[in-house]
Each structure stands twice: as structure tokens, then as C-alpha cells.
Design a protein around this ligand. Structure first.
Ligand code: 6PG
Length: 479
């Protein structure tokens, strides 16, 4: 009997191809399949020496080349293409086999698919994979959802190809059904926030500090050695150092200033709205991209000459570079605190029992938001698994408290110079909102009760109350 593959990959564009190579490089026999056979052939021709591949032209042969229970990784575009591949393969599979969706699927689609396939005795494992092309090949951070049984059969292979920190894999069973894709989605939301905050830091150093992109690259290189050390800070320095070969200009000056998005950041915010979790840092970053891309509106504003501050803004009151570092770190903490709160809220809503500390642990390498300070997040949840918000953990509380004067100065400077810093400003507003002994929400309750008799609760007794606003003898009635 010919050799069977431990795992199969269908969909051999760059991510799928690199995942397949990663499995093969780790000594697993990999069945490979693609809609057009050319890609399959190319993979085996180019990289066949890296391990053992079993190429198949048809879905039937591909499935037949896999050992039982079959593990089929699907790496195609999220949405309809994923459903099409599931429809193609599910009828060919047998009870206990696994379909693993490693794309950026929406977690509600994953829940739907998992439930439908469970009915047919198949495991559907929605799996977050982060790290881009390089990560897929050299070790991504992997966030699998699905049933615990499927993880038993699949987990060791995924752990094998994942990134490692001190020998520990950046892969863990996140939770059932859509939990893996949910966590990957929030990872991306945090990625958006991180990128926006870094962009604001750059903008202030350039516009207020008057530094060149290359000088700012050096600042980021320095920061990368400290508590901000992370992949995104590291690559920011690289991008800022880059000069355009054609014009000799700094690369950052020849790129159109309209940020694109595929949608996972937007999904994070949509889900947060439904869960009632204020992920303002992520939301601001999604909206900042949308604003940048709103060419018509920006042109209308430019044509109308929307004015900037009337007074000439003074110099920044403090050491701008040091202050921006503080603002960046504090705002980053807020964004992560919000993202983790969203994960905890969804975990509760869907009964996923996600361990937030384990998420911090598997994000320490391989993924786009890998950063030194994820160690502190892990430690915070190790100490108190039920932590309500990261901001009350001692390390983060000290960091944010220590940063706040500088953070405020940065927000003031940005406002005075007319430089948009929605990430820094909204993170500070969130921090102040959490700190406030009393919020003006009491007034909002009054307004609601006035126009809609929506009732309010009192500080001094239990119950819901309504005030008879329209009459002269206004009095409270117990609703
Ligand atoms: C990753 C990345 C990746 C994502 C894009 C984000 O974790 O490897 O998050 O999954 O697709 O990098 O893309 P947009 O900025 O286009 O939304």
C-alpha cells in the first residue's frame, strides 16, 4: 500500500503553498491540491526537495491520499470560495475527518459551517493563522477553534509548524467552533490600532519635531530596544529608512496616503458593537483608514480650505520624543486592554472558555503583533485569570500612570498644531472615562427619561424611576 499523507492542503496560493512546505519541512507527508493543477505541479517541482509531497489533480485522489482521520487544510479566499471548497470536499470525507479553514473567515461563518458539518459527523476547525507569507513558511502563530477531539488529532501537527518561544509552540486550542477565528479577528483589530498609533507617533515627530523619515527611523530603532520592542516597530523603522529608487525621495513620501483594508478590523468593531465592548482604539484606527481613503471628502475639504488653528502653535512643552514614546506605550496598552476585554466578552457570550493569558502567550512570536510586552499580558492573566481589565494589573497601571502627564502633553500638542491623533486622544479619553468617579451619563439618563420615559436608576435606592417632566408638580414615580 502506497504512503499516505498526514495532512493535506488545498488552495496553493502563497499562504497555502508556504503552509504545505512548512509541514513538509517538519517531516510530515503532505497531500497537495489546487483548483488548477499547474500550481500543484509547480510546488512539487520547485520545492519537492524540501520534504514529501503527494500531488493530486482531483479532489477524490487528494482525499484518498490522506491517512484517517483525514486532515484537510483549506487555504482559499474567505467567503463564498470557502463554502465552495467545503461543498466539494465534505461529501468525499468520512466520519471523524477534519476540514481546517486557515483563512481569515468571519467567526459567524465559522460557527455556521461548524454546526452544519458536525451534523454530518465531520469536524470543522476554523483556524486563525498570523504572520503573513514568511510566518506561514517559517512558523506562524496559530489559533485553532473547533472541537477538543479535533485538536487532539490536529494540534500536534499545528504546534509542530508554529513559531516557538523558548521551545513553547505559539499554538493552542482557543475554544470551540468560531473561537479561533474570533481571536484572530481581534488580533487583526489590535494590529490596526498598533499601526495607527505608530503612524501618529511618526506624524508628530515629523510635523512638530521637524525630523526626517530617516531620523525617525532611528528613533523607532531605539524604541525597538525598549519596552515598545515589537515586529511592527521594527518594520516601521525599515519602511521609514527606505528611499524610492526612482525619485530618491523617502519612500513614505511617494506613497498615496490612503490606507486600504480587507475588513478584519471592521469586523472587530462590528462585533464589539454587538457585544457592547468599547474598543475605541480599534474603531479609531478603522475610521482613520476610512477617512484617509475618502478621497472625495478630503478633496472637498481641501477645496473649501478648511482652516487650521488660528494661533501659531507653540513648541511642545517637554521632550517631544520621550513624550511620544510614553503616549504610544500608554495608548497601546489601552488598545490591548480593549481587545482582550472583547475576547473575554465573546468567550462569555458563546461559552468558549477562552484563556486570555494563553492568547497573549501564542502572540509572542510568529504573528504580526508580536511584542515584548505580551509577556506582561500573559503574566497579568496568569496572576488573575478573571482580570476585568489589563489596566488594573500592577505593571500596566504603573506604566499608564507614569505615562499620563507626557500622554496629555502629546494630545495637547497634536490639538494645538491641528495634527490628527485620534488613537492617542481616544485612548486617553477611554482612560479618563474609566477613572472618572462620575460620568455625565447621568445627564444622558435624564434626557432619555425626559423625551422617552425610558426611566433611570438612582444612586440612593433600588428600582427604575420616571419623572413626570411635563407637569408643574414634577415628582418621581416608581416605574
Ligand atoms: C496576519 C495579518 C493578515 C491580514 C492582513 C491585514 O495576521 O498575518 O493580520 O492576516 O490579512 O495583514 O490586512 P488589511 O490591513 O488589508 O485588513
Amino acid at each position: 500500500m502506497s504512503e499516505k499523507a498526514q495532512i493535506g492542503v488545498t488552495g496553493l496560493a502563497v499562504m497555502g503553498r508556504n503552509l504545505a512546505r512548512n509541514f513538509a519541512r517538519h517531516g510530515h507527508t503532505v497531500a497537495v491540491h489546487n483548483r488548477s493543477y499547474n500550481r500543484t505541479k509547480e510546488l512539487v517541482e520547485e520545492f519537492g526537495n524540501e520534504g514529501t509531497f503527494i500531488p493530486s489533480e482531483s479532489a477524490e485522489d487528494f482525499v484518498a491520499s490522506l491517512e484517517r482521520p483525514r486532515r484537510v487544510v483549506i487555504m482559499v479566499k474567505a467567503g463564498a470560495p470557502t463554502d465552495a471548497v467545503i461543498d466539494e470536499f465534505a461529501p468525499l470525507l468520512e466520519e471523524g475527518d477534519m476540514l481546517i479553514d486557515a483563512g481569515n473567515a468571519h467567526y459567524l461563518d465559522t460557527r455556521r459551517r461548524e454546526a452544519a458539518l458536525r451534523e454530518r459527523g465531520l469536524h470543522f476547525v476554523g483556524t486563525g493563522v498570523s504572520g503573513g507569507e514568511e510566518g506561514a513558511l517559517h512558523g506562524p502563530s496559530i489559533m485553532p477553534g473547533g472541537s477538543p477531539e479535533s485538536y487532539e488529532a490536529l494540534g500536534p501537527l499545528l504546534e509542530d509548524i508554529s513559531a516557538k518561544v523558548d521551545g513553547e509552540p505559539c499554538c493552542v486550542h482557543v475554544g470551540p467552533d468560531g473561537a479561533g477565528h474570533f481571536v484572530k479577528m481581534v488580533h487583526n483589530g489590535i494590529e490596526y490600532a498598533d499601526m495607527q498609533l505608530i503612524a501618529e507617533a511618526y506624524d508628530l515627530l515629523r510635523q512638530v519635531g521637524g525630523h526626517t523619515p530617516s531620523e525617525i527611523a532611528d528613533v523607532f530603532r531605539g524604541w525597538n530596544e525598549g519596552r515598545l520592542g515589537s515586529y511592527l516597530i521594527e518594520i516601521t523603522a525599515e519602511v521609514l529608512k527606505q528611499n524610492d529608487a526612482e525619485s530618491g525621495q523617502p519612500f513614505v513620501d511617494i506613497v498615496l496616503d490612503q490606507a486600504e483594508q480587507k475588513g478584519t478590523g471592521r469586523w472587530t468593531v462590528q462585533a464589539a458593537l454587538d457585544l457592547g465592548v468599547p474598543v475605541s482604539g480599534i474603531a479609531e484606527s478603522v475610521f482613520a483608514r476610512a477617512l484617509s481613503g475618502g478621497a472625495d471628502v478630503r478633496k472637498a475639504a481641501a477645496d473649501a480650505g478648511l482652516p487650521g488653528p488660528s494661533a501659531t502653535a507653540g513648541a511642545h512643552e517637554g521632550d517631544l520624543q520621550a513624550d511620544v514614546e510614553q503616549a504610544l506605550f500608554a495608548s497601546k496598552i489601552v488598545a490591548y486592554a480593549q481587545g482582550f476585554q472583547q475576547i473575554q466578552a465573546a468567550s462569555k457570550e458563546y461559552g468558549w472558555s477562552i484563556d486570555p493569558g494563553a492568547m497573549a502567550k501564542i502572540w509572542r512570536a510568529g504573528c504580526i503583533i508580536r511584542a515584548k510586552f505580551l509577556d506582561f499580558i500573559k503574566q497579568a492573566y496568569d496572576k488573575s485569570p478573571e482580570l476585568t481589565t489589563l489596566l488594573v494589573d500592577q505593571y500596566f497601571l504603573d506604566a499608564v500612570s507614569g505615562a499620563q502627564d507626557a500622554w496629555r502633553r502629546v494630545v495637547v500638542t497634536a490639538a494645538q498644531h491641528g495634527i490628527p491623533a485620534p488613537g492617542f486622544a481616544s485612548a486617553l479619553a477611554y482612560f479618563d472615562g474609566l477613572r472618572a468617579a462620575r460620568l455625565p451619563a447621568a445627564l444622558i439618563q435624564g434626557q432619555r427619561d425626559f423625551f422617552g420615559a425610558h426611566t433611570y436608576r438612582r444612586v440612593d435606592k433600588e428600582g427604575a424611576f420616571h419623572t413626570l417632566w411635563a407637569t408643574d408638580d414634577r415628582k418621581e414615580i416608581d416605574a
